[in-house]
Design a protein around this ligand. Sequence first.
Ligand SMILES: [Ca+2]
Ligand SMILES: [Ca+2]
Length: 267
Amino acid sequence: MHRLARSALVSLALLLCMVAPEARADGLATISYGDNCWGSGADADQDGLNDDCEYQLAYWFMPLLWFDSGESGLGRRPYYSVKSVSFSTRTVQIFYLDTFFDDTGVTTGHDGDPEFQLFEVHFSGGRWYLDWAYLSAHRESVCDSSAWYSHDQLEYDTAIDSRNGYRGWPTLYVAEDKHATYNNLSTCDNGCLLQDYCSRTTYQFLDTSSKLVTRNVGSTTVQLINQVVINSKTELLLDDVAFKGWDDQWYRANSKGYRRHLNDFGF
Ligand SMILES: [Ca+2]
Ligand SMILES: [Ca+2]
């Protein structure tokens, strides 16, 4: 190749490398809070974060869930909690209480299925970025497959909604009937001693109905929502009691509630 042509090609490649990071819109630009998430406006749970900022973070980072075709327990009523990790690094954590009504697994079935996800996100240069995710998968059971994942171990379905970007809301895979969540199909299929199974059949956001409006539980110390009564059945979401998924069938065991997990992660 002619030397001039080759040097032009090298220059072009260098230029592409320099502009490439800006071609991809990373993170989320959809949240109308940044530094002012801290120390401004109403703060019902007294954690230093603005109530509406807590909501917007929980709403916009709400995960997209892929369910398998054989899923028989889609019913759920999700809640969330948000707390500050550090103002200096503009970092917060979001805890999603999935509150599936039932685990419908053949051998594992029980009323109430308290799986959850914890996302750590930060604000920088006008955007919010997902840094880490802890995905529960039968936490504290014999086949506990829960794990922390860094942002580059997670998937982002940006084609489904172009407002999403790399390190925006993640795509998670939900184990059929048992609702453990995983970062990809192969991790799922290896989960719970090879008993979990996932596929990309049907996607739903975590909260399909209320978009998490009025679902902020506050924290274990400043409780905004604890007792929730539906059809005369009561759950105490933040107490160290059983979680029955607003059901209590005589032939099925109940689950332990969310409190032990909230305690372990400081919510
Ligand atoms: Ca707050
Ligand atoms: Ca909070």
